[in-house]
Design a protein around this ligand. Structure first.
Ligand SMILES: [Zn+2]
Length: 74
């Protein structure tokens, strides 16, 4: 004797009204100036990346972790 569909419709309307807040805006543009130094070649260089990632020595090709990183994000 009861109409179950009425409850289902009411619940759907309620859920659609509870939308997630618009917090997911564009992430800030990250940009880093990474400083590297190769002890083997006694060579220092700077490269820019969107993360503090390793870079290869331009002279001997050995991968190096930046000894210093500067956040230059806009
Ligand atoms: Zn090197």
């Amino acid at each position: 004797m009861s109409q179950m569909s009425n409850g289902a419709i009411a619940r759907t309307a309620f859920e659609s009204s509870v939308t997630a807040p618009a917090m997911e805006a564009d992430p800030p543009h990250l940009w880093f100036e990474n400083y590297y130094f190769c002890r083997r070649c006694n060579l220092e260089w700077i490269d820019e990346w969107d993360c503090m990632c390793d870079d290869e020595c331009p002279d001997c090709g050995t991968p190096h972790t930046p000894y210093h990183s500067r956040d230059v994000s806009a």
